[in-house]
Design a protein around this ligand. Sequence first.
Ligand SMILES: [Zn+2]
Ligand SMILES: [Zn+2]
Length: 153
Amino acid sequence: MASDTTATVRKGSCLCGNIKYELTGEPFNALLCHCLNCKKVTGSPFWGNGWFFKKQITIHATPEDSIKTYEDSATDGGSLLLRKFCGRCGATMFVESELGPEIIIVSVGSLDKGEKPWKTAKECYAKDSFGWGPNGEGVEVTQGPFVLDKAES
Ligand SMILES: [Zn+2]
Ligand SMILES: [Zn+2]
């Protein structure tokens, strides 16, 4: 993506600013997850995110150990999720998973003021939805987990 000078660049950070990042280009997937674990970790009715390739993101953490990892093994699908958060302010930032070592999932709510959010495409775990929406038009809703199609890199 570095050679594409027209690609969108978005900046984001945690609440306290110890973790900052730049994202280049669009996510190859974006979804709202209503699963119980995403509710717990965000404290919200659902977690909105974007799926990127790691080569699209540059992360700056000051101090370097600002990014803490919670190993979430009690997932519905049974796969281990590495949930990354700020050790100072607790902001939910990223998720990495054994399903795709080249993939990083980014919290859409961590985008900085003025940055245009990407559009969400899917909702998953609708069976666990509180019914707080959004069920946006054109959004594909699945009752269970999101199944990753073969990602293009
Ligand atoms: Zn922070
Ligand atoms: Zn979830």
